[in-house]
Design a protein around this ligand. Structure first.
Ligand code: SAM
Length: 279
């Protein structure tokens, strides 16, 4: 069967192989390229995603196509901050607590700062995972993260294991979108939430013109100059244009069985965050 790799028609098998090659090529420069191509804005989009997710301590996250770990790191930071807030609140009220309350809160303290929260980063590309794991050590993340090689279309996890499934700038690279959505549904617990951050359709005509110019004229050049790799970056731009627009993607998420599906445009639809629940 045939599908698309950017603007080219290729076999489904070839698409998988070529996507793998692209990310193998870009892995080492991935973070640098993200910052320079988006002028750092990808950081704000990812911050927005995690604030919107608003995870509580104890949440189990699966970040698919997690690459070098950006979403998972933010998740851990957020949960730690929430945990700290709870701890401070408790301390503020400690005068009124009985001894048994205090010893109970002490034993919870021993369970670690994340209260059991975990983020599993799953990506098909071993190079991306390697860069991510090294980055996590450099940044000093010691707990709560695990790195797993796996395909979004065939996740190596049991049913109903996670509270939240995220996929950021990943789903457009997958060969069978429907399969990836089915798998997201399968691994979520009932009540669990699907969140997808992806490039989408710009809804402001002036910005759309500028964005087109920037995407097709500037990005491949940046790719060539910074990473010596025009083709990979050309693919990234083309794959964005082939991805279904907001409403169409929303329907696909509903077709996979999710409820209360909504989306939010960020930066006039340059990216959108889609959300849905498994009931
Ligand atoms: N989520 C990270 C971020 O936001 O920075 C990385 C996004 S990167 C543009 C896309 C990632 O999708 C790559 O790491 C690539 O290896 C991964 N990927 C592509 N196809 C995949 C698949 N079928 N299953 C899992 N990951 C896949």
């Amino acid at each position: 069967k045939e599908t698309h790799f950017g603007f080219q028609t290729v076999s489904e098998e070839e698409k998988g192989e070529r996507v793998y090659q692209v990310f193998e090529n870009v892995a080492k420069n991935y973070d640098l390229m993200n910052d320079s191509m988006s002028l750092g804005i990808h950081r704000l989009w990812k911050d927005w995603l995690v604030r919107y997710m608003n995870p509580t301590p104890g949440t189990q996250l699966l970040d698919v196509a997690g690459g070098t770990g950006d979403v998972a790191f933010r998740f851990i930071n957020y949960v730690q901050a929430q945990r700290e807030k709870i701890r401070r609140n408790k301390l503020d009220h400690q005068q009124n607590l009985s001894w048994s309350d205090i010893s109970m809160s002490y034993s919870q303290e021993q369970k670690g700062s994340l209260m059991g929260s975990k983020a599993v980063i799953c990506d098909i590309n071993k190079e991306m995972l390697k860069v991510g794991r090294e980055k996590s050590l450099q940044l000093g993340y010691s707990e709560g993260l695990s790195w797993v090689a796996g395909d979004a279309e065939e996740l190596p996890f049991a049913d109903e294991k996670f509270d939240i499934y995220t996929i950021a700038f990943g789903i457009r690279n997958v060969t069978h979108l429907e399969k990836a959505l089915e798998e997201a549904y399968r691994v979520l617990k009932p009540g669990g939430r699907f969140l997808c951050l992806e490039f989408s359709q710009v809804n402001n005509p002036v910005l759309a013109r500028l964005y087109d110019l920037y995407s097709f004229q500037v990005i491949p050049v940046l790719g060539e100059v910074i990473a010596g790799d025009w083709k990979s970056y050309q693919y990234l731009v083309e794959s964005i244009r082939r991805f279904p627009p907001q409403e169409e993607f929303k329907e696909m998420i509903e077709d996979a069985g999710f409820f209360k599906v909504t989306y939010h445009n960020l930066t006039s639809g340059v990216v959108a965050v889609h959300s849905g629940f498994k009931l």
